[in-house]
Design a binder for this molecule. Sequence first.
Ligand code: MG
Ligand code: ZN
Length: 221
Amino acid sequence: MSTQPRIVEVRRNILKHNDQVAAELRERFQKAGVFVASLVSSPGSGKTAFLEKTLTLLKEKGYRPAAVVGDLATANDAERLARSQAPVKQITTGTLCHLEAAMIQTAIEGWDISELDFLFIENVGNLVCPSSYDLGENIRLVLLSVTEGEDKPLKYPTIFNSADLAVITKIDLADAVEFDRDAARSNIQSVRPGMPMLELSSKTSQGMDAWMAFLASKRPR
Ligand code: MG
Ligand code: ZN
């Protein structure tokens, strides 16, 4: 007999189902030889700008990237990303504030993923529940912009702890907003010791070389 409230049990079952779908996806991605990275952050941290730049640079280098982008209401991000000429699918979640593995499964229906080198998944802007949902990705990036405050990692430790790579965005604005780089970096490291960190600007391209080198190391050819 369970002493857990029903709502907790329902939630646990949803997560268990999500994990199963995510595991299936991960196996499919691996067989297809596509490297999958998901992006989480607060709204306005620059996920879409970062992704647009990433898709454009990868296309220029002859890679075949694609993106799935989640948003509560609009398809604006997908339209913006489509300018890169990469295949892009929008998932409009309505009131749901995160993506689930089954949504990724549906979004990529009709794509031959073996034709892709990279798949990027932009999660809904939210630093809370996306941490609980495995999407079958190889790595999860957590973005933190210099305009947000250096203590974000301390306020939302779970999402930083569930990520594999921290990306500090809008670095071109660091001086203007008196961004405390050392504090941000040490807060990230205190939550997730040893997590690799990148600092970059999608606007000036500063730091994008290191990101491209990282991706190239995942899909050597
Ligand atoms: Mg966006
Ligand atoms: Zn949510």
